[in-house]
Structures are given as C-alpha cells and as structure tokens.
Design a binder for this molecule. Structure first.
Ligand SMILES: Cc1cc2nc3c(=O)[nH]c(=O)nc-3n(C[C@H](O)[C@H](O)[C@H](O)COP(=O)(O)O)c2cc1C
Length: 201
C-alpha cells in the first residue's frame, strides 16, 4: 500500500488526454495510491464547442468528471498533468488554471509536490516534448520535484521513447497511433514511488 495522494489533472477536447489520465489512475491505484482524476475548467465559448461534434461529444461524456480546485492541489502529494499540444504549447485552459495558483505558491504550498506530465499531438513531431517541457517550467517555479520517466523501463521505448513524459500521436479520427498504455502506467507508478520517497513512510 502507498500513502501517496495523486491528482491527475488534464485538459482534453477529443478524449485522448482523458484516456491517458484514466490509464495513469489505473497504474497509480495498482500500487495503492489514492487517486483523483480532475479536469481543468473549460474557457472556450460554448459556441466553439457546439460547432465541433467531436468536442461536444467529449464534453458531454465527461460532464461528471470533477473540475480541479486549488484545494485539490493542496491535498495532493503528487500530480500528473495531461494536455494536448496547442501550437507546441500548453492549452490556454490549463494555463489559465495554473495562473490561479499564485496564492498557494506564495504560501509555499506547492513546494516539493512530485509531478510529471503527458501530452498528445496530431503529428509525431508536432510539439509533444515542447509542451511537456513548457509545463515543467511552471513546475520549477513552484519548487516541485519533476519525476520525468527518463528511460527507466523498456515500455518507454515501445511507446515512442519520450523521456520527458509519455506522449502519443493521434490520427485525424482521434485514434492513438502508438500503444502507450504501459508507458503511462509505468510513469504513474514511478511518480507515486518518488512521492513516497519524498513524503517518507
Ligand atoms: C488550436 C490547436 C492547435 C494544435 N496544434 C497542434 C500542433 O502544433 N501540432 C500537432 O501535432 N497537433 C496540434 N493540434 C492537434 C492536437 O494536439 C490534438 O488534437 C490533441 O493532441 C488531441 O488531444 P485530446 O483528444 O485530448 O483533445 C492542435 C489542435 C488545436 C485545436
């Protein structure tokens, strides 16, 4: 059993990063962590969502997933972020949420959180690594401990070999091209186990 509380915080408009988050939840639960899967608040206008059937369907399918709050950040020992690439960067929805964490940061409550991140893009070199690294920049400012997967398990090579965090390519229909489930679960377990070391038993 683990004493670690893990928040998996994601943004997704067509389901990929939601699926990555659910695999992370499964992996972390396998090692006994307490896990919450949480979405960041949508900031796009309803008209934009309505105009895209895939986006609309995903919003409807995940309407019961709780929205992340600042209390969840305080609660968590470890955090895994999952976001799609937006022009090689973090989606504005996630950025808006991160921009609300100044008060927690100021009171030292984000220091020593153990974090890692995952991403997806339509192209195999479409900005996954840049997106993850951009998110990690904020983590360094938090004083978080980045638990990137590196090449700590053979499953990472099979998933495309991204040492910064698991990432996947999605085709036009939103179908994942690489099989990354095992790499996501490995990343989740590693994040939990490093959080155990930081937290102490
Ligand atoms: C505004 C916008 C910008 C995007 N920029 C990129 C990009 O720079 N490179 C890329 O490969 N895919 C890009 N994509 C595709 C998304 O990354 C892809 O749809 C996403 O990873 C799917 O994740 P989701 O199903 O969780 O929403 C972009 C999509 C949108 C809507």
């Amino acid at each position: 059993m683990s004493n670690v509380k893990l928040a998996v915080i994601y943004y997704s408009s067509s389901g990929t990063n939601y699926q990555l988050s659910k695999w992370a939840e499964e992996g972390a639960k396998e090692v006994g962590a307490e896990v919450k899967v949480l979405k960041v608040p949508e900031t796009a206008p309803q008209s934009a969502i309505e105009s895209n059937p895939i986006w609309k369907k995903h919003v409807e399918a995940t309407k019961d997933v709780p929205e992340v709050s600042l209390d969840d950040l305080e609660w968590a020992d470890a955090i895994i972020f999952s976001v799609p690439t937006r022009f090689g960067n973090v989606p504005s929805q996630m950025q808006s949420f991160l921009d609300t964490t100044g008060g927690l940061w100021f009171s030292g409550k984000l220091a020593n959180k153990v974090v890692s991140a995952m991403s997806s893009a339509q192209n195999s070199h479409g900005g996954q690594e840049a997106t993850i690294l951009s998110l990690y920049t904020t983590m360094f400012h938090w004083g978080a401990i980045v638990a990137a997967p590196g090449y700590t398990d053979p499953v990472i090579f099979k998933a495309g070999g991204n040492p910064y965090g698991t990432s996947v390519t999605v085709d036009q229909d939103g179908k994942m091209k690489e099989d990354v489930e095992a790499a996501v679960k490995h990343q989740a377990k590693r994040t939990v186990s490093i959080a155990e070391m930081v937290k102490g038993k």
